[in-house]
Design a protein around this ligand. Structure first.
Ligand code: HSE
Length: 325
């Protein structure tokens, strides 16, 4: 049976989720992609940290050791921040490696360049997990909404923010305490600044803008406010929702990310906890809402694994076609 050689860049909440799924569901993966999936290397920061990882996997903090592995097929990247992730992925693509990323900041900033390079090198990039974790919004737009025009998007794109707002309102808990819970559940980033200040949701909105409109608005023109700016969550009459909105008026793309006090009539009012939701206002199909857990180890790993299956089924189909020529 053919073998797919995979490497993970990053072994935090997301990377550990991907590792576990690949190790645990080998048979199911084999059945879906027609090959054995083998994790051959993992890029980590601290080599001395204790981890339960199979002995035959190379653990290194040197990307060159990973890129030197002959016939590496795919990289799962879940590093935080634009660099060095972008440079690593660019190098990997140039070597003919498929890429699956969950890195929203990197992809909002450099996704377009990577997609162009991937096209030139004839490799695939999966980025489902960059937006709303395992909620299949990227592929839904790419594959199922090609003819429709998406006139407007209203979304909850940060699981931590929605979790904090829900818990504070329902349980009358203080902000700091709920944030700590969100971190311990693996929803918030290790440094949660981008979560609570709206930057994380902004990056995800920019990825959607690129996908839907083929470009992004000027970043300086987008008003970004996080949940930390809400004056008194505990006494609000209604539900505060941290909304990311995107629309095209004429040739202009307008976007904002901010807390909005919603009532029952708002399409995002009922979306609670760590859930994300994306409301797509489309020209033909009408209003479509897609919702599910927007953060956490397994939901994010799910988005990456689905990308993996998609890429390698396509690869297998192509090899079969070539073999029959
Ligand atoms: N910290 C992010 C969130 C993780 O809370 O939405 C998923 O991107």
């Amino acid at each position: 049976m053919p073998k797919i050689k995979a490497a993970l860049l990053g072994l935090g909440t997301v990377g550990a989720g991907v590792y576990e799924v690949i190790q645990r569901y080998q048979d199911q993966l084999k059945e879906l992609v027609g090959a054995e999936v083998s994790i051959v290397a993992i890029l980590i920061q601290d080599k001395d940290k204790e981890r339960v990882i199979a002995d035959d996997i190379l653990l290194t903090n040197n990307i060159r050791e990973i890129l030197a592995i002959p016939n590496l097929d795919v990289i799962f990247e879940s590093i935080v921040g634009a660099e060095p992730a972008f440079t690593y992925l660019e190098d990997a693509i140039n070597q003919g490696c498929h890429i699956i990323t969950a890195n929203k900041e990197m992809f909002a900033k450099h996704g377009n360049i990577l997609l162009q390079k991937a096209k030139e090198q004839d490799v695939q990039i999966g980025f489902e997990a960059t937006v709303a974790a395992g909620v299949p919004i990227i592929r839904t737009i790419q594959q199922q909404l090609q003819f429709n025009k998406i006139e407007k998007i209203q979304a909850l794109l940060n699981g931590t923010s929605n979790f904090i707002l829900t818990e504070m309102r329902e349980k009358q808990l203080p902000f700091a305490e709920v944030l700590e819970t969100a971190q311990s559940l693996g929803f918030a980033e290790a440094d949660p600044t981008n979560d609570v200040e709206g930057i994380d949701a902004f990056y995800k909105l920019m990825i959607l803008s690129q996908l839907v409109y083929g470009r992004q608005p000027q970043w300086e023109s987008v008003e970004i406010k996080g949940i930390a700016s809400i004056p008194d969550i505990h006494h609000a009459t209604g539900r505060y929702k941290h909304i990311a909105e995107l629309k095209k008026e004429g040739e202009q793309i307008q976007a904002f990310v901010q807390p909005v006090l919603t009532d029952k009539t708002h399409p995002l009012y009922h979306v609670e906890g760590v859930n994300n939701a994306v409301v797509l206002h489309t020209s033909l199909a009408g209003t479509i809402t897609i919702q599910g857990p927007g953060a956490g180890s397994k939901p994010t790993a799910s988005g990456m694994i689905e990308d993996f299956v998609h890429i390698f089924q396509k690869d297998a189909a192509r090899s079969k076609k070539l073999a029959s020529l």
